[in-house]
Design a protein around this ligand. Structure first.
Ligand code: 1GP
Length: 251
């Protein structure tokens, strides 16, 4: 079952919603990290995702160390490439960029990573990563040299997710890219939800309570928020509350 390698409280339950806070190691320092850790004590979150498509500092190891020494919230790598693996983390989203046609991000980086991952204790989450156009080029589309799925083409997203599921991938991550102008549409999330049975992670441009709510209502199992929490840490508490209210109605 998804996420089962984590401690029992994080065992995946269908219908339950999850909240991941994404930290880009280039954008946080010890003090902002400690502030978010304190907030996450009072306002439960399910995961810290750590990473970015381009890292320009060597801060990632320190961020992971700090989180691991302060909380038992699982730390999941969200790597831009095989250089971003850090075995201090609990797990890794092993992303195959299935919306793109760049072999390096479909299999190339994975070949480089395989021996390190196999020898590590990291929990591996094989994930079909789908970039969706958000109105402007994002770092990830540029860095990966791939064309995102058009914003208003839910059928393409649904067929791509289906193909990922049929290939054996265990999660779908729909991403508008960090700081996306618009989050992925509810229509596209619902189309992917109807097309696959595996958990769906949704991120990119979620910067209001309404947008978080809309993604969850449309069928996201996990929502990821990065940018807006970096700028406005109090948003962590807001999203935590929304996710909890969804989970209160789970039978
Ligand atoms: C980006 O999905 C993540 O890859 C989160 O996006 O930074 O816009 O919240 P934001």
């Amino acid at each position: 079952m998804p996420f089962e390698k984590f401690h029992i409280k994080h065992t995946y339950e269908p219908g339950r919603k999850y909240f991941a806070v994404l930290l880009d190691p280039d954008n946080v320092d010890d003090s902002s990290c400690l502030q978010l850790l304190a907030l996450s004590e009072a306002n439960p979150i399910d995961f810290f995702f750590i990473g970015g498509s381009l890292l320009t500092t060597d801060n990632q190891a320190q961020v992971i160390r700090l989180i691991k020494s302060s909380t038992d919230v699982p730390v999941i790598l969200f790597p831009g490439n095989s250089l971003h693996i850090d075995t201090q983390a609990d797990g890794i989203l092993l992303l195959s960029l299935i919306s793109g046609r760049n072999p390096d991000f479909l299999i190339g980086q994975h070949v480089l990573s395989a021996p390190i991952l196999k020898a590590s204790k990291l929990a591996i989450y094989p994930t079909g990563y789908m970039l969706v156009d958000s109105g402007r080029q994002t770092t990830v589309s540029y860095m990966s040299g791939t064309t995102p799925i058009p914003y208003d083409k839910p059928a393409i997203a649904a067929c791509t997710a289906m193909a990922g599921e049929l290939l054996g991938l265990q999660y779908i991550y729909m991403d508008g890219g960090s700081g996306a102008r618009e989050p992925i549409s509810a229509e596209m999330i619902a189309a992917v939800r109807a097309a696959v049975d595996i958990p769906i992670i949704v991120g990119g441009g979620i910067n209001t309570a309404e947008k978080a709510q809309a993604a969850l209502t449309a069928g996201a199992d996990v929502i990821v928020v990065g940018n807006h929490i970096e700028k406005n840490p109090g948003f962590l508490a807001e999203v935590s509350q929304i996710v909890s209210s969804f989970n209160q109605v789970v039978p």
